[in-house]
Design a protein around this ligand. Structure first.
Ligand code: MLT
Length: 387
């Protein structure tokens, strides 16, 4: 029996895939798995029972990744599961920036008692006129699951699309339309583009990346679209850029108290993934990841541990070990089994940065004694008997 808790509502279509082996608890201290959307886990106590956290979404800035890794807690996200939802909101963002649709709608509301509305609007409408997207240059910063869809849809809207991503994967490169020009530096995007849209994770390196220096390199009257996270943009510098007209419009799905008071901001309340389809897809993927981890010990789509997938276990026992990526760990681990005269049928060890993960399939039953000996190895963070 595995105990799990949901820190936010998670779509039923995903939760119903949790079998009778899973029992929900309100008490995070006794949960082995956590499902979370946007609740912040930064100030939460991480109990020794906790093995896995799955974020139903892409961004993981609400989870203390390193603290989790230090305790051997594997954190998952659901890359791509909500990408279409975000892409569709992105399309509306461009349209809202290009044409004063919001101003026009407000004008109609204000004139709801006006018997001459049909006539008056023909005069009023010029104040809401805009421009078209076709032929404009757009730069997509970050070509992950969302960035690729965004670049391709902008291309289909006949925009001239430039993309940049220092970590572009082969899969994502192959998913991009051939018409998208991949450039090597952010500066090329800043210099060329009328629209710039950002789709990168919020990390120490990316925090405040759209700042005074970046704005200075951009075209006058550029439109910035931010469907990723608010602090990717330096608020003070954005305020100055909006006031000077350097940035003509800032469309963001992440308003904060500073941004909502700036001129020429169009803000939505974190709606990117708020579609039935995205919520369902994220819930299904997050639950699959938790099940695969809890039942098989496999890691797929982790953001703080390496992916490590040994399929289902067909030997007598399986033990998993989350450990530090330091010398002699594998020999220390295998000694525990050889000392107990236990045959290792299969072993996979994968590392990622400071952390590593090992799946050991053995031809004997797993025992608490093995677990204890593994836990006692310096650098071992968590040990689980999977079978
Ligand atoms: C994401 O990071 O994918 C979104 O923030 C998901 C959400 O809206 O919860």
């Amino acid at each position: 029996m595995f105990k799990y808790t949901c820190l936010n509502p998670i779509a039923d279509i995903g939760l119903k895939n949790l079998t009778d082996d899973y029992k929900v608890t309100e008490n995070i201290a006794e949960a082995e798995a956590v499902l979370v959307r946007s609740a912040s886990m930064h100030d939460m106590e991480l109990s020794d029972n906790l093995c896995a956290v799955a974020r139903a979404g892409a961004g993981v800035n609400n989870i203390p990744l390193d603290e989790c890794a230090k305790k051997g807690i594997v954190v998952f996200n659901t890359p791509g599961a909500n990408a279409n939802g975000v892409k569709e909101l992105f399309v509306s963002s461009m349209l809202l920036a290009a044409r004063d649709i919001v101003g026009g709608i407000n004008w109609v509301k204000e004139n709801k008692e006006n018997a001459n509305i049909s006539k008056d609007m023909e005069k009023a409408k010029k104040q809401f006129a805009g421009t078209e997207l076709m032929g404009k240059k757009i730069g997509v910063i970050g070509l992950g699951a969302i960035g690729v869809l965004v670049a391709n849809v902008a291309n289909r809207m006949k925009m001239e699309v430039y993309g940049v991503d220092p970590f572009l994967s082969v899969h994502n490169a192959l998913s991009l339309s051939r018409d998208v020009t991949i450039v090597k530096s952010y500066d090329e995007i800043y210099k060329e583009c009328d629209y710039i849209t950002i789709h990168v994770p919020l990390l120490e390196d990316t925090k405040g990346m759209l700042n005074k220096e970046a704005f200075a390199k951009m075209k006058d009257g550029v439109v910035i679209i931010n469907m990723a996270r608010d602090t990717l943009v330096n608020d003070d510098d954005m305020k100055e850029a909006l006031e000077s007209g350097k940035v003509a419009k800032y469309v963001t799905d992440f308003p904060n108290p500073a941004v909502v008071n700036m001129p020429n901001v169009i803000a939505t309340p974190h709606l990117g993934a708020s579609t039935e389809e995205s919520e369902d897809n994220c819930a299904i993927m997050a639950v699959d990841e938790i099940r695969n981890f809890m039942e098989n010990g496999n890691i797929v789509n982790s953001v703080n541990f390496p992916n490590c997938d040994a399929g289902t276990c067909d030997t007598k026992g399986r033990i998993t070990i989350a450990h530090k990526n330091i010398p002699a760990m594998i020999s220390s681990i295998t000694h525990v089994f050889s000392d107990a005269s236990v045959n290792i049928a299969n072993i996979i060890n994968k590392s990622r940065g400071d952390y590593a993960y090992c799946i050991v399939d053995i031809d004997s039953e797993s025992t608490e004694d093995m677990v204890q000996k593994l836990v006692n190895i310096d650098g071992v963070l968590k040990v689980r008997i999977v079978k």
